[in-house]
Structures are given as structure tokens and as C-alpha cells.
Design a protein around this ligand. Sequence first.
Ligand code: MN
Length: 337
Amino acid sequence: MRILYFTDCHLQSTNPVSRTDNYFEAILTKLSEIATVATEQRVDCMICGGDFFSTPSPKPETIIRVIDCFKDCDVPGYAILGNHDMFGQQLLTSSSGTRMVNLLPYIDKYPFKLIDSQETAEEVKEDLFRKYNVQIDFQSYYHGIEDALKKYKHSNSDCYRILVAHANIINKPALFPHVVYSQLSLPYDVVLCSHYHDAWGIETVWNVADKQAKGPGVSTTYVSPGAMARVSAAIGDINRVASYVILDISDSGGMKIKIQPLQCAKPGTEIFNLTSISETKVMASKLESFITTLADGSNKLRESDPVMMLREFAKEHNIPDNVVAIAISALEEHTNG
Ligand SMILES: [Mn+2]
């Protein structure tokens, strides 16, 4: 069985401030390439790990363009919902039924079946998967998903099990809610990662001592291709090559996993406004040194109101309000010890 996996396309019709190219068209070109690869490589299905859109209310013309990208592709698609696909991290409900994402299951030509299961992973029981002795559990995003994943318990099974969950499943601890590979005790053979945009690559954790062993459950392979979208102009986004995964489970039980770069993805240096990034860095370092001066407080500054001084400094240097707010909270944190 061959599966094409990609995640976090963050399709939106407006251009992120840091991008200099046409972001909308760039993502659609990537989706067209996904459709072509799926057809040419004759994969059995495509899976998207969530955050297909940047909003739960994409415009109708955005939906039409997505349908258009996949019009010549008859490979079945499945997608879970990421935090960007929903409002208030809530399941699709009738009260939120006016959002465009809620209408997608009713559009025959929409190329992805949405699996909105949140609090427990839902096994999608399709003949396609059973034929290959593969079980795929899908779990859309919800608040607290990472903590819940740490408590997952499953019975053993003799089929290959794959988890697709929109959560920060990462390979080392971080400051945001997350679960690291070693905290998961799962019977999954493959975990397809999403949500966290950086790419960690492919890492196998062995569940048995014998590393030559083969068959379901002997190891868990975490596959992190990174987000297909590059929105933020953070270093990770500038350096990352947008990629997808080809997962191949052979009838004899062998598994091959490859992360493939998208041919159409341009280098980060060609799509971001690097001047604005360096200006932001200079601004941030100016603010940082000013905060240090205030926090040291070894002179008459101690007698003054540091927040007021910071505001004056920001005004003088045209520093945006959101940056000032971060600086003030950092200053208060520092002052309060
Ligand atoms: Mn996300």
C-alpha cells in the first residue's frame, strides 16, 4: 500500500506580510504537484494532516481552485482538521454550520474526505486499508490533545497501524504544549506528524530489543515532513524545503518511507522579504538592549517609570504596538523577578 502524506498547507487568498511572491498561487501550485505525484506514482490514497486552510471560512473561489487542482486525480483523499480549520478549537457543530469548512463534506467534487474525530482517534474503516492489513487512526486537533496522547493505550493488533493526529508530536522538549516521541507509548508503526511547522525528518523508536525484527508493533517510526506552507519568515520557514511523504507498506511487511521535496517550491530566500526580517531583528535588538538598561537600574533610571520610558522610546523609533506590548510584559516579568 502506498500513501502520499502532506500537511499544513495553510491555504489563504491573502498574502502573508513577509512574502513577496503570490502566496495563494504558490500553495495551489504545490497542491497541483501533489495531485500529479499521486496520479503518476499510483498511490492508494492521499492524506492531509490538518490546517489545509488558514481559516474555517475559506472563500468559495478558494474551494473551487482546490477542486480544480485535483480535477484529473482520482486518488481518494482524507484530511483531519487542524486548529486553523476550526473556530475556538471546537468540533464542527450545527451552531458553527455556516462556516465553509462545514460545507465541504457536501461538495461531491471536493477531493478530501474530512475526518473530524477529536477526543479519540477514529479508525477509518475502508476496504482499501483492510485489503492491505493497515489500520489508520485519524484525530483532529483539540485543546489538550498532546496530554491526551501521552495517555493513549491500545490493544495489540496484527495489522500495521498508522496515527494521523494534528498535534505537536516532536523529537525534543519545547516551551509550547507538546509530546515528545519518548512520552508516547503507542502500538503505532507509523506516526505522521503535523501542526509543528519545522521538519524533524524520519526517526524510528524500537519497541523490542531485536532491531532486526519485522512485523507490526516492533517499532514506531515518526515522520515529520514539516508544513507545506511557509508563512512566518522565521528561520525554519526560510530554510525548509516544502515536502511530502511517500509511505510504502509492502505485502511482505516491509516499510519504506521517503520525504520528497516539492519540485515547484522556491528557495526561502526568493519568497520572503528579507529586508523587513533584518529590520525587525534590528528593532528587536534595540529594544532588548533598552530593556537591559532599564532592568539593570543601577542609576537614576531606577527613580523613573520604566514602562513610560519604554513607551516614549517606542514612539520615537516608530516601533509597532504589538512589539511594545511584548517588551512591556518582558520588562514587567523581569522587574517582578
Ligand atoms: Mn496547526
